[in-house]
Design a protein around this ligand. Structure first.
Ligand code: MN
Length: 731
């Protein structure tokens, strides 16, 4: 059969690619795993209609080829879905392949069962996966390969699944790949995310990159010609590549700076990869730097030396930005073959060079230790954990020094307080300030590269809630939370005694029922909170008297109940314009304020705790978090044909100032197009003006028409849509 032959072909291709890593009877074991998976999945098909076995085969191939893993990973990848989807149990796996592989497969198998309220199953899965990571980092690497293949084949999934999987990917997996230094995979995951959440933009950028290819190549050829000549004279092997930026990173630039594709100036970088003996890597790279800057003037602010101090994810490279002959800045990346392989393949490539390099390795090891520490903390919920964990993945970092000149690497944005906690919990807990480069600074002072820090402490210092806002490292956050809890417990103990004394005084019985009634009356969650409230004085003698007089028969409002009726109601759009849920019902909803959707936008519904269904754009900045952590609360939503209903949206207008321009702009809006404006604000500065207009439109077509018209106004340079406010929390 055709299909059988294709399966065998793919299996052979995997063997061929794994050949360099095979030892002893590895091939036999791989065959055993393949046979097991083939049999176990024999009746299963993927959503695309393909035989299921294609999936584990592809995952195994990614492990070998794109991550550089060996036999253990290949076997685990081949059988990674077996336990979850078939009758085969972990014990069988252990019998056939041993403990190590069984452990990895267990880590790759999703957790099932009941979850506490408010946690996402996905977060729970993720946490479990990381548990196994502490024993074997391959679990994560195989999981990333699994995710990559699922993203590559996302096309055949239903739309809501696409959104959920893509969002999880951008929220957790891409940052994780970045943290493990798997740059190629990180980039592909990000691009695929964009392709499935905002296909139009993805295609637009992709096409533009294609169109400019010929010009780009010509430019690169001219740019590198003199450099090539010099390198040839040096008699080293080298390779020069012109690398276009990823679609996702271009998109990010456009979005962040609110500029069109044409105005993104660093659309590509030149990469020079040289072959160098290990001992001479650094001097070779600087030699190349010197050649490049002999021909082109470097921008002194943009020199990055990640060879002397590699990034925490192991990245090593020398970057400079130089002025080309055509007046454009060009980034040049200089690195050795070894550095390049590590930059693309990350963690696994490190192992290959383990004997030769120890420094970067230990950075990753340190990170793993930190992950382990967090995992061992029992009292965080899965969601909290994922949040914290994510916070730790974004690792632009600062390099700072202790008074003795010891180098410390902290995440960018880290403060003096982070530094204090990094040194020791006790020092953090007693920190009252610091001396940075001999100058006195407060504890929330953000550190910069090269700072030398001396922490000042006082035995009288105590952490407070504000401190949580002063730190960015997970370690400091966790310690502060611990300290605050401990302090609260201590205070509550004192409160308990006070309460008992006062109750005696007022002749209130101390039975369980009374305490229950008190908790309701004072609106506190637990006994601990009750005692704490007494200790802090929120509940005193007069409050207790009121409690005593309170008769449960005559219901009274709770002490702390907050009435919310005065809240302004969101303007309710026409009811039959949006269809929601699987049956595409017409239900009540509100439009999210963070991304202000209008008809024509791709949207989804999100069931909020107290405010019903909210509609967000699929490219809303809050979408990844909502979709990946609260997938079960997401529902499908789709616009039907447009009605004469108006939606609030924002336009940004930039141009050169002239008399009467604002008048012309508002005339077009209100007279010609009969659009209602809700607000208009213009700033003018040295001949340049920029304005923000909030107005009501019917749909995206209407908006596009308006933008086109406004762009024709004399003096207007650019008109673009913006989301009403850049808020960090979903609204
Ligand atoms: Mn899978």
């Amino acid at each position: 059969m055709e299909e059988k032959r294709e399966i065998i072909n793919r299996y052979r291709r995997l063997l061929r690619k794994s050949k360099p890593v095979l030892k002893g009877n590895d091939a036999k074991l791989i065959k055993r795993a393949f046979t097991l998976a083939l049999e176990a999945h024999k009746d299963m098909r993927r959503k695309s209609g393909e035989p299921f076995i294609f999936h584990p085969l592809s995952v195994a191939e990614i492990c070998v080829e794109e991550i550089g893993l060996g036999t253990t990973a290949i076997i685990a990848a081949l059988i990674h879905d077996v336990v979850e989807d078939t009758d085969i149990e972990l014990a069988d796996i252990e019998r056939m392949f041993g403990k190590k592989i069984a452990k990895i497969v267990d880590g790759l198998t999703k957790v099932s069962g009941v979850f506490e309220y408010g946690t996402s199953q996905q977060a729970e899965n993720f946490r479990k996966m990381l548990f196994t990571l502490s024993e074997d980092v391959r679990v994560i690497l195989i999981k990333l390969a699994d995710r990559l293949h699922n993203m590559r084949t996302l096309e055949s999934m239903p739309r809501n699944k696409q959104l959920k999987i893509a969002s999880e990917t951008i929220y957790l997996y891409a940052p994780l790949a970045h943290r493990l230094g798997l740059n190629a995979i990180k980039t592909e995951l990000e691009d695929l995310y964009l392709r499935f959440t905002d296909g139009a933009v993805y295609n637009e950028i992709n096409n533009k990159i294609d169109e400019s290819k010929a010009t780009r190549n010509k430019f690169i050829k001219q740019f590198v010609a003199p450099i090539k000549e010099e390198l040839d004279r040096l008699k080293v092997d080298y390779e020069i590549k012109g690398r276009p930026k990823s679609i996702f990173s271009i998109y990010n630039k456009m979005r962040k700076q609110n500029i069109p594709y044409e105005e993104v100036y660093d659309l590509f970088a030149i990469r020079i990869i040289i072959d160098s003996p290990l001992e001479q890597e650094k001097s070779f790279c600087w030699q190349v730097y010197s050649i490049v800057t002999d021909y082109y003037t470097p921008n002194p602010d943009r020199l990055r030396d990640w060879i002397s101090t590699p990034k925490a994810n192991g990245y090593e490279s020398l970057h400079t930005t130089v002025m080309a002959k055509n007046g454009h800045w060009v980034e040049v990346q200089i690195r050795t073959k070894r550095m390049d392989e590590i930059a693309e393949k990350g963690y696994a490539a490190h192992w290959k060079y383990k004997d030769s390099i120890s420094n970067q390795e230990s950075n990753l090891e340190k990170w793993l230790v930190r992950v382990r520490e967090t995992l061992e903390k029992q009292d965080t919920t899965a969601l909290e954990f994922v949040d914290d964990f994510r916070g730790n993945l974004f690792t632009e970092e600062v390099f700072v020094f202790t008074p003795r000149g010891e180098l410390k690497t902290l995440p960018a944005g880290a403060t003096a307080l982070d530094f204090a906690f990094d040194i020791h919990t006790d020092i953090g807990a007693k920190c009252i300030g610091a001396k940075v480069n001999q100058k006195l600074v407060p504890i929330n002072h953000a550190l910069k590269n090269g700072d030398q820090i001396e922490i000042l402490t006082s035995s009288k210092q105590k952490p407070n809630d504000d401190w949580l806002r002063f730190v960015v490292t997970q370690k400091a956050k966790a310690k502060i939370k611990d300290l605050l809890k401990e302090a609260k417990r201590k205070l509550a103990d004192e409160g308990k005694e006070v309460l008992q004394r006062k109750m005696k005084q007022l002749k209130i019985d101390s039975t369980n029922q009374v305490f229950e009634a008190m908790r309701t009356f004072f609106n506190v969650n637990s006994q601990l909170d009750l005692h704490y409230a007494v200790a802090t004085g929120r509940i005193g003698l007069s409050e207790l008297k009121r409690f005593k007089e309170y008769k449960p028969e005559s219901p009274r409002p709770k002490v702390e109940e907050i009435r919310r009726e005065g809240e302004p109601h969101a303007r309710k759009p026409h009811e039959d314009i949006l269809l929601i849920g699987e049956d595409m019902d017409v239900v009540e909803y509100k439009l999210a304020k963070c991304c202000t959707p209008i008809p024509g936008d791709e949207v989804f519904g999100f069931v909020t705790m107290n405010e019903g269904i909210k509609i967000h754009r699929t490219n809303c900045t809050n979408a990844p978090e909502l979709l990946s952590n609260h997938g079960h609360r997401v529902i499908k939503a789709k616009w039907t044909s447009q009605h004469e209903v108006a939606f609030l949206t924002g336009l940004k207008v930039v141009g050169t100032d002239r008399v009467g321009l604002i008048n012309d702009v508002s005339k077009i809006i209100s007279e010609e197009l009969k659009v209602n404006m809700s607000s208009i604000a213009f700033r003018s500065n040295q001949g340049i003006f920029d304005g923000e207009i909030m107005l009501y439109v019917n749909d995206t077509r209407h908006l596009d028409l308006l933008i086109k018209k406004l762009e024709k106004v004399e003096g207007v340079v650019k008109v673009s849509r913006f989301d009403s406010a850049t808020m960090s929390r979903p609204q």
